[in-house]
Design a protein around this ligand. Structure first.
Ligand code: ATP
Length: 459
């Protein structure tokens, strides 16, 4: 495994910041927690919503060949037979006889082996302690209705993709689209992961952002290349450092049975290079399977060529939580401000949970009232926060830690000439601006081209 570089962001620091500033908490904490499940607090919700909105923007707003879908989490059990999840959605696992820990057999080289027994030799010998690999089905099983019997078994979906395939016919009929076109969906998925961990990187309940792009079979290779490139660019455009991103093409023996090509967008997390998103050429596997299991024809008839075919599918499948974690890790920085340390999230302004904070210097002399007036004007256009508690320095630090790109400060002079200071999170420059026109200035700055300060510093 490639070692992560010496970077300010460690997973411990990210977890601590997320808790301190109300982004992400361990779930069920008052009951002692439920391993590897997390709740998103105020800023976490705003950040993850922005990540998902950016994904929707790239899929829907900036193109006209993709439509949206929101399918149910509970689906007919036959869906999972047809997709192969019931028979094959398993991770081979091994147990360590010494420390009783369980590991994914295909991730052995990435695991910190046997942490309970540091004395265990960290050579190949350690493998002699492991059991044979066994399979575990990763789907959560439940029952629909009052009877807990096999006829009422249902599964929580382990991916959003199948909800798209089973709606292929509906969408084809009602959207007036023809291949090449895509169906996009964002939603919760559930996997009974045996080795969850690394904060929200791998959890049992998570959100996916998946898009199935249906194409004429002979166009599949070119669309596969197109989507690999698009998806890598999406992360770069939103500020991730390019040298912390890479596209890794799967080896032949890594490919799923249905896939003729798959590549992972990988990010250099503090735990090393890890998958952020997968882009797969799924061929016609899914539509063919569902056609066979359901008896419905799932194909496209081209009225011009009079040709009937089962489209091939290119799938970019991303994780909203994993992407959020990558953006947090990449944005995290510790600056030295003339001897004073500050922690700052240099998030892309489009992702920042709060775009602007309005801060009266003191809580008197009419300053809170003017600040309130500014907040009322700003909040019609952007996520705005008002804060009057504590010293101004402390309030700036707080906004830095949640990644707010701009702070507007109301002071004594404001009452005389209706000007305020505008502080930039990244450059720390402060400028004096009139209250009139402030909304337009901020709208314009937020829409500007933005380059990650870390990228700029490395250039
Ligand atoms: P991994 O190899 O990490 O288990 P995968 O190849 O099984 O991932 P996919 O089925 O391709 O993942 O899912 C697409 C995306 O969904 C992943 O790239 C990841 O961002 C996200 N994802 C998958 N499993 C989890 C999980 N347990 N927790 C958080 N995100 C996940």
């Amino acid at each position: 495994m490639t070692q992560p570089p010496a970077d300010a962001a460690t997973m411990e620091k990210i977890v601590a910041l997320c808790k301190r500033r109300g982004f992400i908490f361990a779930s069920s904490e008052i009951y002692g927690g439920l391993g590897s499940t997390y709740d998103y607090g105020h800023y976490g919700v705003l950040l993850k919503t922005n990540v998902k909105n950016e994904w929707w923007r790239a899929m829907l707003q900036e193109r006209d060949d993709i439509v949206a879908l929101d399918s149910a989490i509970l689906q007919h059990p036959r869906v999972w037979e047809a997709s192969g999840h019931l028979a094959g959605f398993t991770d081979p696992m091994v147990d360590c006889r010494a420390c009783k820990k369980r590991f994914r057999a295909d991730h052995l080289d990435r695991e910190e082996m046997c942490p309970a027994k540091a004395s265990l030799p960290k050579t190949d010998d350690r493998r002699h302690e492991l059991t044979e690999a066994r399979d575990f089905n990763l789907m959560f099983k439940t029952f629909v209705g009052p009877m807990e019997e096999s006829a009422s078994v249902a599964y929580l979906r382990p991916e959003t993709a199948q909800g798209i395939f089973i709606n292929f016919k509906n969408v084809l009929q009602f959207s007036r689209k023809k291949p090449p076109f895509g169906i996009a969906q964002v939603g919760k998925s559930f996997r009974n992961e045996i080795t969850p961990g690394n904060f929200v990187f791998r959890t049992r309940e998570f959100e996916q952002m998946e898009m199935e792009f249906f194409v004429p079979p002979d166009e599949a290779p070119q669309w596969y290349d197109h989507w690999k490139q698009q998806r890598l660019h999406w992360y770069v455009d939103l500020g991730l450092r390019e040298d912390h991103l890479r596209m890794r093409e799967h080896e032949l023996d890594e490919l799923s049975h249905y896939s003729s090509a798959t590549a992972d967008v990988e990010y250099l997390f503090p735990i090393g290079w890890s998958e952020l998103e997968g882009v797969a050429n799924r061929g016609n596997f899914d539509l063919t399977q569902h056609a066979e299991y359901s008896g419905e024809k799932l194909e496209y008839f081209d009225p011009q060529s009079k040709e009937r075919y089962v489209p091939h599918v290119i799938e970019p499948a991303a994780g909203a939580d994993r992407a959020t974690l990558a953006f947090l890790v990449d944005a995290y920085d510790e600056d030295d401000l003339g001897g004073e340390q500050r922690t700052v999230l240099k998030l892309h302004p489009r992702l920042a949970p709060v775009k602007v904070a309005v801060l009266p210097l003191v809580r008197k002399d009419g300053q809170p009232e003017v600040a309130g007036e500014i907040v009322a004007a700003l909040r019609t256009r952007m996520q705005t926060e008002y804060d009057e508690g504590g010293s101004i320095g402390k309030r700036y630090r707080r906004q830095d830690e949640i990644g707010t790109p701009f702070c507007v400060t109301v002071d004594h002079q404001t009452l005389q000439d209706r000007t305020v200071t505008l502080r930039d999170r990244d450059t720390l420059e402060q400028e004096r601006l009139a209250i009139d026109g402030l909304v337009e200035v901020l709208v314009e700055r937020l829409a500007r081209e933005w380059r990650s300060p870390k990228v700029a510093a490395e250039a």
